[in-house]
Design a protein. Structure first.
Length: 324
C-alpha cells in the first residue's frame, strides 16, 4: 500500500514537510510503537506457553497476521522514525535505502494477503470445516503469501533491470524503480493490494450474511455462541484493517483514473503514514479478542483476587434475578 500512494508523489514531499510536521508524526508513531510491540510480544509469549491457544487452529492465521504487523513495527518503522527525526535517511547509504523499501513492501503485502486468508479460513472453519481439517489445507495458505511475495520482492527490488534513483530526503528513498513502470506497477498494485482487500470485503460480507441466516435457522445456543465468538474476533480485526486501507485504496484509484493531483499535499504529509495505524493497533484488537490471554494477564497483575471477585458476583446476580 505504501508503494501505491507513494509512487509519483514522493518527489517533492520533503519540500512540504516542516520540522513541526515531522516532530508531530515522530512523537505519535514512537509513542504507539513501544506499547504495540510489547502487546505483540505478550501475545506471542502466551501463544507459545498456552497449549489450548495453539490447539485452536483458527488462532494460527491471527498469529501470522500479527507477526507480519510486528515486523512492520519493529523492523521497518524504526527506519522511518530515524528519517522523521533527522529529515532524511541516516546513514545516507544506498544499501539501507533498498533494505528500507524491501522491509516496507514485503511485510505490508504479506499482511494484506494474510488478512484475506484469515477471513477465508474463518469462514471455512464455521461453515465448511472439512475443507481445512488437514495440515496441508490449513498451513499451505498461511505459508504461500510469505514465500511467494518474499521471492517476488527479492527479484523486483534487488534484481529487476531498471535505473534505481534514490533520494535520501524522500520517504522510502522514492521507492523501488519497478513501481514507476506502468504495466508492472499496476500489476503489482492489483496483486498486492486490490485483490486481497476486495477479497477481505467480500468474505466478511458473506460471513455476516451466513451468520445472520444461521442465527434464525439454528436455535442451538451453544453453537451460536461459538460462531458469534469466531465472527466477532475476525470482524474486529477486519474493521480496523478496512477502515484504514479501503479509503487509501479509493484514494489511489482517484489518483490513477480521475485526478492525479488529488490531495497531493495531504498525501505527502498524512496518507503516506496512515498505513502505520493498522500494524500499531492490531495487537490491541487481537489481545481483546483472546480472553485466555486477558485472563492470564489479570492473574499476573492482580493475582486471583479479580477472578475470585468475579466468581463471587455470579451467584449474587443469580440470587437477584431469582428474587426479581
Amino acid at each position: 500500500m505504501a508503494k501505491s500512494i507513494a509512487t509519483n508523489d514522493t518527489i517533492g514531499s520533503s519540500a512540504l514537510e516542516t520540522p513541526f510536521t515531522r516532530r508531530v508524526k515522530f512523537s505519535f508513531l514512537i509513542t504507539c510503537q513501544v506499547p504495540s510491540a510489547l502487546c505483540s510480544l505478550t501475545i506471542f509469549y502466551y501463544f507459545i506457553r498456552l497449549s489450548e491457544l495453539r490447539a485452536k487452529k483458527h488462532n494460527h492465521a491471527i498469529i501470522c497476521l500479527l507477526f507480519c504487523n510486528f515486523l512492520v513495527v519493529t523492523v521497518e518503522l524504526p527506519i522511518t522514525l530515524v528519517y522523521l527525526y533527522f529529515g532524511q535517511l541516516t546513514p545516507a547509504v544506498y544499501s539501507l535505502c533498498i533494505y528500507w523499501v524491501f522491509v516496507n513492501f514485503f511485510p505490508y503485502t504479506t499482511s494484506f494477503w494474510m488478512m484475506a486468508v484469515t477471513s477465508i479460513q474463518r469462514y471455512l472453519f464455521i461453515f465448511h470445516r472439512n475443507l481445512v481439517n488437514s495440515h496441508l489445507k490449513h498451513y499451505t495458505p498461511l505459508a504461500l503469501p510469505t514465500i511467494s511475495y518474499g521471492i517476488w520482492y527479492t527479484v523486483f527490488i534487488f534484481f529487476y533491470p531498471c535505473q534505481q534513483h534514490v533520494d535520501y530526503t524522500q520517504l522510502w528513498c522514492m521507492g523501488a524503480c519497478y513501481a514507476y513502470e506502468d504495466v508492472i506497477g499496476a500489476v503489482d498494485w492489483i496483486l498486492s493490494s486490490a485483490i486481497p482487500i476486495l477479497t477481505t470485503i467480500a468474505i466478511n460480507d458473506l460471513l455476516i450474511i451466513r451468520v445472520v441466516y444461521q442465527k434464525y435457522k439454528i436455535q442451538h445456543i451453544h453453537t451460536w455462541r461459538i460462531t458469534r465468538k469466531l465472527v466477532s474476533q475476525l470482524l474486529s480485526i477486519s474493521l480496523l484493517f478496512l477502515s484504514i486501507y479501503l479509503p487509501i485504496t479509493l484514494f489511489v484509484l482517484i489518483r490513477l483514473w480521475i485526478d492525479p493531483s488529488f490531495l497531493v499535499t495531504e498525501n505527502a504529509l498524512y496518507f503516506l503514514y496512515a498505513g502505520y495505524l493498522v500494524p500499531l493497533l492490531t495487537p490491541f484488537i487481537c489481545l481483546i479478542s483472546l480472553p485466555e490471554i486477558v485472563k492470564k494477564i489479570k492473574t499476573a497483575c492482580f493475582g486471583n483476587n479479580a477472578i475470585n471477585l468475579q466468581q463471587q458476583q455470579i451467584p449474587m446476580l443469580i440470587v437477584r434475578r431469582h428474587h426479581i
